[in-house]
Design a protein around this ligand. Structure first.
Ligand code: GLA
Length: 577
């Protein structure tokens, strides 16, 4: 008989009890539409080509994906990012393709991507497209030149979804045959009356409803409503459910808390750059968010930048770390390199089947942080067969000697642990603890087999993919600069720097209290458990377990202990899908 043991700790914040959202539903309410039971894998044009994308470049990478065997390993989606649109035809709102760049689209009076998606499908691949939730795209907001941007009148340049949601989605999915859409958000934030493009008469003003730097200036329900409408339109245009819906608003509008209910992947930070510091920022934006990812909906710290800058063939340690960390986070694995020119050493990293298997493990548990310090982190993820994946990540610039303990893996310290190094394939066996040295910026990654600490069960925090913080107690997002800081990758050192930006963090964490403290009730600390704010409701999907046991209490870190807290649990047999 298996059982689940959960330790749940509530922080009392003293808010009035809102009865309805806390009432149990007996259903799993996390997003499960589309085809993202495991994180999507493939390629995207943006990091390699920005808006200067064309059919040859895309097809060249698609061919290499097939010829190199990466497609067989799961890399299926070939995603066109910003830069494909010529304009919107004003008479009927139809979107026009840059047929000079996509010759296969050109043979018809109205260019169509159907021959292009047919070709990708015939290669055994899937096709992705890009749009923006506003009237204009991010390149239209930020590009230094006009060269690759839509041309024509202000109305013709409005290639974003905003006023054409149902029409455009139907065009993409039903008429053109795309299988994946990335929906960006610059149109909702960058075209206020004072924007340079608006002032220059190139774009119509759209009062920003989203502000990356200030949740107080963001209309969270408004943003969420638009993204839900797009999701509903996709389901109508693709009734067989063969789609991936990818949200790209970089953590703004409190999206980290609600994307798990709305789409298949959601960006947690601003754009990655081929620089180590930037990798850290993007990784940090997702690493404490394990409870906000589940099969069907994943945190997205952005595409892989393997192949450029700090992750090129002269920086294999950094490139390997990038890959291993993204796999531990259950991030989408979207290659961002021009694969026509990618050296074999990097292709080998992208093709490491043992590490891909961690990302694609059917249990869908994002890794949790077992050890955390400024320079070193140990991430652990529970795999479907009970093995653990372990990543020992050296963030810093000096080598670090590490004692890795069986208990950090929730394995017994008095029974042997067998581990395989997934880079070198070397086997290690140890009892209690083992020593290893990790070089600067290295990530050692292992698959480990041992004896569970809970003889016939798992802690809830070992299976975050089966826990949904349906209500996470954040009644009003508040700034907490200590927790999350995003930085624009292109800012240089001008101005005041990148101030801490906060747009809603959410309030549920695995193995820690919501604000990062050690779980502790009445001075007793707990290594395993879930930390949530008061007024939370967790849904737990139960993979065949017989018993649920919980120890609950108010964490010592709670700031307001005067109010009473009620804990309740409901159980539905065979009713949760
Ligand atoms: C935003 C997104 C990027 C990319 C560009 C395209 O910056 O975050 O991933 O799609 O827009 O303009």
């Amino acid at each position: 008989m298996k059982k689940i043991l959960a330790a749940i700790f509530l922080l009392s914040a003293g808010f009035a009890q809102a009865a309805d959202p806390l009432a149990p539903t007996g259903r799993w309410t996390g997003y499960s539409s589309g085809r993202a039971a495991t994180p999507p894998m493939g390629w995207n044009s943006w990091n390699a080509f920005a808006s200067a994308v064309d059919e040859d470049k895309v097809m060249g990478s698609a061919r290499r994906i097939v010829d190199s065997g990466l497609a067989r390993k799961g890399y299926h989606y070939i995603n066109l990012d910003d830069g494909w649109a010529a304009k919107r035809r004003v008479a009927d709102g139809h979107l026009m393709i840059r047929a000079d760049k996509f010759p296969s689209a050109a043979n018809k009076k109205t260019p169509t991507f159907k021959p292009y998606t047919d070709k990708l499908h015939a290669m055994g691949l899937k096709a992705g497209i890009y749009s923006d939730m506003g009237r204009n795209t991010c390149a239209q907001a930020w590009s230094a030149t006009d060269e690759d941007l839509p041309k024509g009148s202000v109305a013709e340049r409005e290639v974003g979804l905003h006023d054409f949601i149902e029409q455009d989605i139907d065009l993409y999915f039903r008429e053109w045959g795309f299988d994946y859409i990335k929906v960006d958000g610059c149109g909702l934030r960058d075209f206020g009356p004072n924007s340079a493009k608006v002032k220059a008469g190139q774009a119509r003003a759209l009062d920003p409803i989203m502000d990356l730097g200030a949740i107080s200036r963001t209309d969270v329900p408004g943003v969420q409503g638009l993204f839900r409408r797009v999701g509903a339109a996709i389901e109508r245009s693709r009734p067989n459910g063969d789609f991936v819906y990818s949200l790209c608003i970089w953590g703004a509008a409190n999206v980290r808390a609600w994307a798990k209910d709305v789409g298949n992947t959601s960006r947690t930070s601003d754009d990655i750059a081929p620089a180590w510091g930037r990798l850290l920022v993007n990784y940090d934006s997702a690493v404490h968010r394990a409870l906000y990812a589940h099969p069907g909906s994943w945190n997205d710290p952005d595409m892989l930048y393997i192949g450029a800058g700090d992750f090129d063939a002269d920086h294999l340690t950094e490139a390997r770390s990038h890959f291993a960390l993204w796999a531990m986070l259950n991030s989408p694995l979207l290659i961002g390199a021009d694969l026509r020119k990618t050296p074999d050493a990097l292709m080998d990293i992208l093709g490491n089947a043992d590490i891909i298997a961690l990302d694609q493990d059917a249990a869908g548990n994002q890794a949790t942080v077992a050890y955390d310090s400024s320079d070193l982190q140990i991430l652990v993820k529970t795999l479907g067969n009970g093995d653990k994946a372990v990543a020992v990540f050296n963030r810093g610039s000096g080598a670090i000697d590490v004692n890795l303990q069986a208990t950090q893996l929730r394995f017994r310290g008095d029974a042997p642990v067998e581990m395989t190094d997934l880079w070198t394939k070397k086997q290690v066996s140890f009892t209690k603890e083992t020593q290893l040295r990790v070089a600067p910026r290295e990530t050692a990654v292992f698959r480990a087999h041992g004896t569970r600490m809970l003889a016939n069960g798992v802690y809830l925090s070992e299976q975050p993919g089966q826990v949904n913080p349906a209500v996470d107690g954040v009644t009003r997002p508040v700034a907490d600069p200590a927790i999350f800081r995003t930085a624009a990758g292109w800012g240089g050192t001008r101005g005041a720097g990148d101030r801490p930006q906060y747009a809603g963090w959410g309030g549920a964490r695995a193995d820690s209290a919501p604000y990062g403290q050690t779980l502790q009730v009445a001075r007793k600390t707990f290594a395993a458990g879930i930390g949530v704010l008061v007024n939370s409701r967790l849904e737990v999907r139960n993979g065949g377990h017989q018993r649920f046991t919980a120890q609950v209490g108010v964490d010592d870190s709670a700031t307001d202990k005067a109010n009473a807290v009620t804990f309740s649990a409901n159980y539905w047999r065979n009713r949760i899908p």
